[in-house]
Design a protein around this ligand. Structure first.
Ligand code: 5GP
Length: 198
């Protein structure tokens, strides 16, 4: 696997903190970054595209891939499976940096691969009430899902210490700049990197 300069940035957070927006912003600015497209058994939301937001698969197909040891990591979250396929990551890493939007369970599993150049970032809102507001405004979940996502905050934040950086996303532009600085610091030996920015 070619992992000399290419980095793997993990962004984890409780649902609703702004991870997806930030991930897309980084990829738009730095074309060297690919977003890792996870496999999931969760049904697509109305705005989601198969193969772009996720690879949506049936539970049976996902379990076959588990048996084949095809995942770098996978986890069951809110009753659905989510996972990162080894083949896709290995292929992307030959030419690209990668951004992952995965949870703490996946981060723990990826950390075991010592040959991967991981940068682990955990995002939070300034408090739990703010998270609730954002989840309600996002309007993507049923009341039951919203409650589960809100309650998972306490569980998620237990794993802060597994991460290299904890960022508070109070202001999207500031938070983006902070992530950018972390990336630039880690890419300082790659002279072509900042020139690739859009
Ligand atoms: P959502 O259903 O809101 O898209 O995602 C729910 C949670 O699953 C989020 O915290 C997200 O980071 C996590 N997630 C998405 N893809 C993966 C994956 O491939 N592996 C793991 N471990 N978590 C994932």
């Amino acid at each position: 696997m070619a992992i000399d300069n290419n980095i793997m940035v993990i962004l984890s957070s409780p649902s609703g903190v702004g991870k997806t927006t930030l991930t897309k912003k980084i990829q738009q600015k730095y074309q060297s970054f690919k977003i890792s497209v996870s496999y999931t058994t969760r049904p697509p939301r109305s705005n989601e595209v198969d193969g772009v937001d996720y690879n949506f698969v049936k539970k049976q197909e996902f379990e076959k891939l588990i048996k084949k040891n095809a995942f770098y990591e996978y986890a069951k979250i809110f009753e659905n499976y989510y996972g990162t396929l080894k083949k896709n990551v290995d292929e992307s890493l030959k030419k690209n940096d990668i951004i992952f939007d995965i949870d703490w369970q996946g981060t723990k599993q990826l950390s075991k691969f010592k040959n991967l150049n991981l940068i682990k970032i955990f995002l939070i809102t300034e408090n739990k009430e703010e998270l609730k507001k954002r989840l309600i405004n996002r309007n993507q979940n049923t009341a039951d899902e919203l409650e589960k996502r809100y309650n998972s905050f306490d569980e998620d934040i237990k794993y802060w210490s597994d991460y290299d950086y904890i960022l508070i996303n109070k202001n999207l532009d500031v938070c983006f700049k902070q992530i950018e600085n972390i990336i630039l610091m880690n890419k300082k030996n790659d002279i072509n990197f900042s020139q690739k920015a859009q």
